[in-house]
Design a protein around this ligand. Structure first.
Ligand SMILES: *[C@@H]1O[C@H](CO)[C@@H](O)[C@H](O)[C@H]1NC(C)=O
Ligand SMILES: *[C@@H]1O[C@H](CO)[C@@H](O)[C@H](O)[C@H]1NC(C)=O
Ligand SMILES: *[C@@H]1O[C@H](CO)[C@@H](O)[C@H](O)[C@H]1NC(C)=O
Ligand SMILES: *[C@@H]1O[C@H](CO)[C@@H](O)[C@H](O)[C@H]1NC(C)=O
Ligand SMILES: *[C@@H]1O[C@H](CO)[C@@H](O)[C@H](O)[C@H]1NC(C)=O
Length: 403
């Protein structure tokens, strides 16, 4: 069941159910229906309930949506930035079809935009939870982005430090951002495949990556409506895929999955290899930067590897194939170049350090990387993602092979 149906259902319920039928004028909004704090609306499928809730010892009241079978799991909050501090809040349907949340003194605390309901009736402002049918991603025509933001704490739904977003510089990739930028990154999304995410085929839901002229997004649908599942970004920046198992939520996977998922865990020009010692290894053609030259801005940037001398461009005349890795960050993408043109183009430019095909089935599409190679990792044994990359190395590193 998609969110489209879902909102229409709520709107429908507001209009047609036998909730108190009144018409009250508040400023310019004329009210036809409302629910008060204490009352709730149940979706037609009986899955979700909309109403007011509170958390912890605070007096803050929020309009939210929760599972009917599990009211403790709030999946969406309307006024997360503007709590109501008493129990006099009221949700009304205005005559132009918008939902409006009003305080005791009839101030507008939150409202939907007409475009929200009429043009694209899905959740444009998700909270920390991605429900079936919700979109995570971009309206490429308007530049509008839908993304998740964690709660500040278990008792405070106001926006926390972490967000799950789709980064569309170059080929799209998932990122979890925190106070200091990227915390976790998937590899680029190539065809139906995404590197670096612990996704696997499952019998519960179908994940979809949609890239059309006007829209680019991720969404999912359960195979049947007995399956209750969603993704949630928790307050410390971990994304969990939860599935309801009879009496409780169980985590199917979480991301970051292991330390190699932490952004640039190993520093530049390294490969992060979980379960191997050392966990960080300089890529072929690179050597560890002397310890006393390590950058001091935190562990993630410290273990930088630098080019082996001689590091002049002319010596770097060949490419080495590294297999089954998460491709580095900051890709440069050209959809029309084939892999041969890609290689030739990379070779021409001294700052090009690597290239890869962007087409899993061998068609055209070229990815290139300039400068340091950031956030590469090997695929852990239990997953099967990973792509080939061609690293530009001195001829001396190639042995008998020149690819
Ligand atoms: C309504 O639209 C305005 C301007 O586009 C935006 O700032 C605001 O957040 C939107 N509110 C909702 C609830 O959609
Ligand atoms: C729905 O999917 C679940 C999980 O795959 C399965 O166990 C169940 O039998 C399915 N129910 C129906 C009615 O297809
Ligand atoms: C978020 O999930 C991670 C991984 O399961 C867990 O270690 C962490 O404690 C969770 N954070 C919170 C605030 O629950
Ligand atoms: C992609 O490559 C083709 C062929 O080399 C070139 O004509 C085109 O300008 C490139 N596009 C971009 C965006 O650089
Ligand atoms: C090499 O690539 C970089 C990054 O795209 C670009 O700024 C530079 O102009 C290129 N140099 C040459 C010689 O093509």
């Amino acid at each position: 069941m998609g969110c489209f149906l879902f909102l229409i259902t709520f709107v429908g319920t507001l209009f047609f159910s036998s909730i108190i039928n009144l018409s009250v004028a508040v400023d310019t909004i004329s009210l036809t229906q409302f629910i008060r704090d204490g009352e709730t609306l149940v979706s037609a499928s009986q899955s979700f309930e909309l109403g007011f809730f509170t958390r912890g010892n605070s007096n803050n009241r929020y309009l939210g949506l929760w599972y009917k079978f599990d009211p403790s799991t709030v999946v969406w909050v309307a006024n997360r930035k503007k709590p109501i501090t008493d129990k006099q809040g009221m949700l009304v349907m205005s005559d132009d079809g918008n939902l409006v949340l009003l305080s005791k003194d009839k101030k507008i605390i939150w409202s939907t935009n007409s475009s929200w309901v009429l043009e694209n009736p899905s959740f444009d402002y998700p909270t920390d939870t991605l429900l079936a049918g919700m979109k995570l991603g971009w309206n490429l025509r308007t530049g509008f982005e839908r993304y998740l933001t964690s709660w500040r704490s278990a008792h405070d739904p106001s926006p926390g430090d972490f967000s799950l977003r789709i980064d569309i510089h170059g080929l799209p990739q998932f990122v979890i951002t925190g106070g200091s930028g990227k915390e976790v990154r998937s590899g680029p999304w190539i065809g139906r495949q995404i590197d670096g995410l612990p996704l696997f085929s499952n019998l519960l839901y179908k994940a979809k990556f949609v890239h059309e002229q006007d829209e680019l997004y991720y969404t999912f649908e359960p195979f049947n409506n007995t399956v209750k599942t969603h993704s949630v970004l928790n307050q410390s920046g971990t994304l969990h895929r939860l599935v309801w198992k009879t009496t409780e939520w169980s985590s199917l996977y979480s991301w970051p999955f292991d330390p190699c998922d932490n952004y640039a865990q190993c520093g530049a020009n390294n490969n992060c290899r979980i379960n191997k010692t050392p966990i960080c290894e300089c890529l072929k053609g690179f050597i560890p930067k002397a310890e006393d030259e390590w950058d001091t801005q935190g562990l993630s940037q410290s273990r930088k590897c630098i080019e082996k001398p001689p590091s002049d461009c002319l010596s770097r005349e060949g490419f080495l194939n590294l297999q089954a890795i998460k491709l580095p960050d900051f890709n440069w993408y050209n959809s029309s170049m084939n892999i041969k043109e890609c290689k030739a183009e990379c070779l021409k430019n001294c700052s090009c350090r690597a290239y890869a095909s962007s087409d899993v089935s061998g068609g055209s599409g070229c990815l290139m990387w300039f400068g340091d190679l950031i956030d590469i990792r090997e695929c852990p044994p239990q997953f099967s993602w990973g792509r080939d990359i061609f690293l530009r190395v001195p001829a001396s590193e190639l042995g008998n092979f020149v690819i």
